[in-house]
Design a binder for this molecule. Structure first.
Ligand code: ZN
Length: 179
């Protein structure tokens, strides 16, 4: 029994290490770090608690996310979450994107994601590590709030982006000052 519980602990440690590796990898080498050309929507997420800022751009075509990318600055968790999000959502329907956003929030807040979403979660399961750190939950969910604002918001040009019900503050996109 004792050996068994040690093995279980060992497995949990391995998973934790694996999860850390996934987050560090995506945090250091983010995928889809760019602006989508001819994007149909754009939204920015801002997490002042940590200084994370991400801007999500997407091209939606007939109910499918044809392309999605992000730019921004922030901690490894926010950048990794955004990177994995863009990887997971390319080619998916808007319906799947919204369900996956809910599933990620579940995973980050210590709930079980619906079984039907597990195949879509994939590496995003690594974000479950943040549930032990409430402050980090906002880092992990920030890109997803920006995504929902992007999908629900007005077209890319002009208009007010609505504030999400919870989590990070979503601001109206600003002109970028970066060179
Ligand atoms: Zn952060």
């Amino acid at each position: 029994m004792n050996a068994e519980s040690q093995r279980a602990q060992g497995l949990r440690d391995d998973l934790r290490t694996l999860y850390q590796e996934i987050i560090l990898d995506h945090g250091k080498h983010p995928r889809n770090f760019r602006v989508v050309e001819h994007h149909t929507c754009k939204a920015q997420g801002n997490n002042p608690m940590c200084g994370d800022r991400v801007t999500v751009t997407a091209k939606v075509d007939r109910g499918t996310i044809a392309d999605i990318a992000f730019e921004g600055k922030g901690c490894a968790i926010s950048i990794a979450s955004a990177s994995m999000m863009t990887d997971a959502l390319k080619g998916q329907s808007l319906d799947t994107a919204r369900k996956l956003a809910d599933a990620v929030r579940d995973v980050c807040t210590g709930k079980d994601a619906p079984a039907e979403m597990e195949p879509y979660l994939g590496k995003l399961a690594a974000l479950s590590g943040v549930r032990q750190f409430p402050v980090r939950v906002k880092c992990a969910t920030l890109p997803w709030h920006a995504l929902l604002s992007c999908l629900d918001g007005p077209p890319a040009e002009g208009g007010q982006i609505k504030t999400p019900a919870e989590g990070g503050q979503i601001k109206k996109p600003e002109a970028t000052t970066e060179k």
